[in-house]
Design a protein. Structure first.
Length: 285
């Protein structure tokens, strides 16, 4: 019996038959928030609502598409220059700036965590107040830009708090595609994540080992990129060790082929040159 139009394998077979129009992927950024817990390294996960068009019911890290306004060069910035990020992310400087801005903006929108500091250098503290929530909602709704939000509060983006981790591209048979750079970041000491609603119906902190175990048991549904990231993080004991790791970043995209009449999926990675993402120099005190 033929698969349904929404059956993933049926969609892949249609793609292999040339019956699927390949759409251009949208640039996006994802941030893996980390903290040290009593049971080891922990990650922050959101479960996307079942009504979402992409990743429905899946557990994901905070993130989303680059907004045109993320390219605003007037955004206050502390940390490696966008040209440094461009080399790590294998893109032009303009897109590199936008990806870092999108990473910080989406993290605030989807977790309430803001990787920013005051002009004097002090990190942003508690963001759970009603005034912060009003600003978050204005960003989500597009009523204000990230640049306007930061400027009004005299804040600067802390690019030095992010590290490059991976680069995943949605397969060509998908109707919604994203060209996503993955970052990692530590939970700032005085900030708290909170259930901000919106695209997610549940949020949680989980030890990496527990998240992997739940995934293996079928109790935690995740996308391939998320599962791979969790497996990679399982090799680290602390947040500091993750942030100190050097990563060779290459685009990864699943491809499909028919072998002996069966559809096989493989992870296709780009050839060299492979940018190495090294930890940036620590910010001046």
């Amino acid at each position: 019996m033929a698969g349904s139009p929404t059956d993933p394998m049926e969609q892949i077979r249609r793609y292999l038959d040339g019956a699927v129009d390949v759409v251009e992927p949208r640039d996006a950024a994802t941030v893996v928030l980390l903290r040290d817990g009593a049971r080891g390294l922990e990650v922050y996960l959101l479960r996307r609502r079942t009504s979402m068009a992409f990743g429905a019911g899946m557990h994901v890290f905070p993130g989303g598409s680059v907004d045109a306004r993320d390219r605003d060069a007037s955004i206050g910035w502390v940390g490696p220059d966008p040209s440094v990020w461009a080399r790590q992310l294998s893109c032009d400087t303009d897109l590199a700036r936008a990806l870092v801005c999108a990473a910080v903006r989406e993290t605030f929108e989807e977790s309430g965590i803001l990787l920013a500091s005051h002009a004097g250098g002090a990190m942003v503290g508690d963001t759970t107040g009603d005034d912060w929530e009003a600003d978050r909602l204005a960003l989500v709704d597009g009523a204000t830009s990230f640049s306007e939000f930061l400027a009004r509060r005299s804040l600067v983006l802390r690019a030095d708090l992010l590290r490059s981790w991976a680069h995943w591209i949605t397969p060509e048979w998908s109707s919604r595609r994203f060209d996503t750079r993955f970052f990692v970041a530590a939970l700032p000491g005085k900030q708290q994540t909170r259930d901000v609603g919106g695209e997610a119906d549940h949020v949680t902190w989980l030890p990496v080992a527990e998240a992997l175990a739940l995934h293996r048991d079928g109790a935690l549904t995740v996308m391939t990129a998320t599962a791979t990231t969790l497996r990679e993080l399982s090799g680290f004991a602390t947040v500091a060790s993750v942030l100190a790791a050097e990563r060779r970043i290459r685009p990864i995209m699943r491809r499909a082929a028919v072998v002996d009449g069966e559809v096989r999926l493989v992870h296709d990675t780009a050839e060299d040159p492979l940018p190495t993402a090294s930890p940036p120099e620590p910010p001046a005190a």
